[in-house]
Design a protein around this ligand. Structure first.
Ligand code: GLA
Length: 735
């Protein structure tokens, strides 16, 4: 609900359990941030903006305009006029001068939520959400800014974005456009971020927030393996179950910065937006620039509550398409099975064996096109290699379909190999700075998708393949960062637009793809998990989590990923051992139970794995069918974290009605002479009685306990003999 208190000039935005307050101050109409936190009855807590304290507002004390700017809690601070904390908006006029200050002009309250042109964003109906549009301006620059705030009725989220409009006659340049800012008092917060590397994506990092600027970001042209478009400030005592959390998550997949700055007065400014490095956007008269969306979550109920809020938002208000609430076909991908060394017969032999075990889809990965027999050529030549695929693609797909399986295929549409027919024909289609040889990564260049003819040509090649056979799944990959950012399609003063234009083109291509092929299951991927973000989730309901499929490494990767994103989005497969990324050997059963927490599939040569492993596949398939609805749709709770305790990992899902729950327990290293481990379960119905069954340990007889006892006294998981062993425990309410 959104209300405007005219007398006090305060906007009050309420979600079921939170309030967000904005105040218009002084005759100069500054837009101040008053409050974000637990839901308030009162609207007027405007004293929190401290305009009654020295240095007062400029109209009352023009001598100290600068000091006022430098401590006032701005909703959307612009730089260069006196607020010397880091701003959200950088403007340079045609004359080369920097600086802006926004003042309030008018507002509108809309039912529902308008889309953001060309960008992924959360959505909701008129019953589900309402939107405040605040119009503000800087009359000296000739600029208007529309600040958008949406509140949801069914989930404690506020989303924000900003649109900059040139209402003057001259062009100006945007040198920085962030999407959201929160100015608050610092209450000794900790800062939580997700950090990593290839094969080690999204590990959780928590550290003390200190004075000055602390940030994470990406200038790689993708949200990246290394840092993540997410930031949370939490109380020192915040745990999974209790404590305050302020979180921001960016619905964007390109360069970003997420930042917290603690200033001289112990105020904290938390902000998020497109990374300003090498960003410069020219706005001609009447043109506008739409910044992507930031999702804000506040809770005083700890990290589990933040997680479930984000999961619910993304499941209901971000992910689209027919698969969003549906079980995904269990797939087998041939990448780790064959790498580039495959042909029709090899793929069919894998498919035959896989289908007899209950696997439902064959995915043909990299290597089916052009002369691509290794990773140094042919990206861009999206025509089937009929020497490898004798009889053509349609024949292969039809044969796979005859086995009762679906067929999926891999593309890397954003790239071009120097050794490709496409590059020989269009060497100017790769991003490059004239006069400097562009850097190769994985022996490839990035296509200049900011040029429409390039994006259209690649789209047509991809679509032609998809139109040629019954292809029901696409893995859309992206295997190198953007460097050498130069385009022949743009003038000198627009070269700073390339990275964002590149992202807009990728979004447009995926939008076209999902419109033209509405039944397609799209899975995004980027060298594993370098583009696992809410932006991509708008187009694909699942994303490949990491190229590291080792069950133990996956514990930390999946813990960090699931802290923000629903389990239904996490691409997770069972692969062969020794693991190709890390060389570790783990039990096949454990690999299955860890992959079950995601989309579930296989990444191995099923004709060549040990017989005992193969025999386990039908059982794993049955577990998937039995429990996937619960895993996909249930609430997710973190019970224990191996990355923190270095001993064991444990997570739980519970259905909305609390009738059913599934607990996965993984013991990492076994120990001699150790007794069972006690774990406390969460969010069951206190008064209900649950039958507790150890699914993969028939020696333990099912027993019945109350929800109350299971949460307060817990259950005992017997010591498991051997390293890397896992237990699956299923609870069913009896009453
Ligand atoms: C990336 C992906 C892998 C695989 C290869 C193919 O690394 O993450 O799963 O598709 O590309 O080249």
């Amino acid at each position: 609900m959104i209300t405007y208190h005219e007398q006090e000039r305060i906007f009050k935005l309420d979600t079921p359990n939170t309030s967000y307050l904005i105040g218009i101050v002084d005759e100069e109409n500054f837009i101040g941030h008053i409050y974000y936190g637990k839901r308030l009855r009162d609207a007027d807590v405007s004293y929190l903006m401290r305009t009654e304290e020295a240095p007062f507002v400029p109209s009352g004390n023009n001598r100290e305009r600068c000091s006022f700017y430098d401590c006032f809690p701005f909703e959307y601070p612009a730089g260069g006029t006196g607020d010397c904390r880091e701003s959200c908006l950088g403007v340079r006029t045609a004359g080369g001068h920097a600086g802006a200050m926004l003042s309030y002009v008018s507002y509108e309250i809309l039912e529902g939520k308008p889309g953001l042109a060309g960008l992924p964003a959360t959505f909701g109906t008129a019953e589900e959400c309402a939107t405040l549009k605040l119009l503000c301006e800087d009359k000296y620059v000739g600029m208007q800014v529309e600040l958008l705030y949406t509140v949801f009725q069914d989930v404690d989220v506020v989303t924000r974005s900003a649109k900059i409009i040139n209402i003057g006659k001259e062009p100006f340049y945007l040198t920085k456009v962030f999407s959201a800012c929160l100015d608050m008092d610092n209450r000794d917060y900790d800062m939580i971020t997700l950090n990593g590397a290839w094969g080690r994506e999204r590990h959780i990092q928590r550290k003390t927030l200190g004075y000055g600027i602390q940030n994470v970001g990406s200038i790689r042209g993708e949200s990246s393996h290394q840092e993540h478009p997410f930031l949370a400030l939490v109380d020192k005592n915040t745990s999974q179950e209790s404590g305050e959390v302020y979180a921001m998550n960016f619905v964007y997949s390109g360069n970003f910065r997420a930042q917290a700055e603690v200033s001289q007065f112990d105020y904290v400014r938390m902000s998020m937006g497109i990374h300003p490095e090498n960003f410069c956007w020219k706005l001609e008269a009447e043109e506008s620039f739409q910044a992507p969306e930031v999702v804000l979550v506040y809770t005083d109920k700890g990290l589990d509550a933040m997680t479930n809020t984000l999961h619910k938002l993304y499941r209901k208000h971000l992910i689209r398409g027919e698969y969003r609430n549906k079980k995904r076909p269990i797939l087998i991908n041939n990448w780790e099975a064959t790498y580039f060394d495959f042909d029709t017969e090899k793929l069919l032999s894998i498919a035959r064996e896989a289908s007899s075990l209950g696997i439902e889809m064959l995915v043909m990965d990299d290597g089916w096109f052009g002369r691509r027999n290794q990773d140094d050529c042919a990206l861009g030549d999206w025509q089937v290699n009929e020497e490898k695929l004798k009889g053509g693609l349609k024949y292969l797909v039809d044969e796979v379909n005859k086995l009762g399986m679906k067929f999926g295929i891999w593309f890397e549409p954003e790239m071009i190999s120097p050794d490709s027919d496409l590059y020989r024909k269009h060497p100017d289609w790769a991003l490059a700075v004239p006069g400097r040889p562009a850097a190769q990564a994985r022996q490839q260049y990035v296509l200049d998708l900011s040029r429409k003819e390039v994006a259209d040509c690649v789209y047509e090649m991809v679509a032609a393949v998809l139109r040629s056979a019954n292809i029901e799944y696409v893995k859309w990959d992206m295997n190198r960062p953007l460097t050498d950012i130069g385009s022949l399609g743009l003038p000198a003063d627009r070269q700073g637009e390339i990275c964002h234009r590149f992202m807009l083109a990728v979004y447009e291509m995926q939008e076209r793809l999902t419109k033209e092929f509405p039944h397609l299951l799209l899975e995004n991927c980027s060298s594993g998990g370098a583009r696992f973000d809410p932006g991509m989730l708008y187009y694909s309901p699942q994303i490949w989590c990491s190229d590291d499929t080792d069950a133990i490494e996956r514990l930390e990767i999946q813990e960090g990923t699931a802290m923000l994103y629903p389990l239904s989005t996490m691409g997770a497969h069972v692969s062969d051992c020794p693991n190709h990324a890390i060389g570790r050997v783990t039990p096949f059963e454990t690999r299955g139970l860890v992959a079950l927490a995601g989309t579930f599939g296989y990444e191995l040569d099923v004709t060549r794995i040990p017989e005992d492993d193969r025999k386990m596949i039908p059982e794993q398939v049955a577990l998937y069918h039995k429990y996937n609805d619960l895993i996909r749709e249930g609430d997710y709770y973190r019970i224990a974290s191996y990355s923190q305790n270095h001993k064991f990992d444990c997570w739980q899902v519970v259905d909305e009605e609390k009738k059913e729950s599934l607990v996965t327990f993984v013991q990492v290293m076994s120990r001699a002479n150790f007794k069972s481990r006690r774990i406390l379960l969460k969010e069951l119905a206190e008064e209900a009685r649950y039958e507790v069954r150890f699914v993969n340990d028939e020696k333990i007889q099912p027993k019945v306990y109350s929800g109350d006892a299971l949460m307060k006294a817990g259950i005992l998981v017997p010591e498991l003999h051997g390293d890397f062993r896992a237990r699956l425990i299923h609870l069913t309410a009896l009453d």
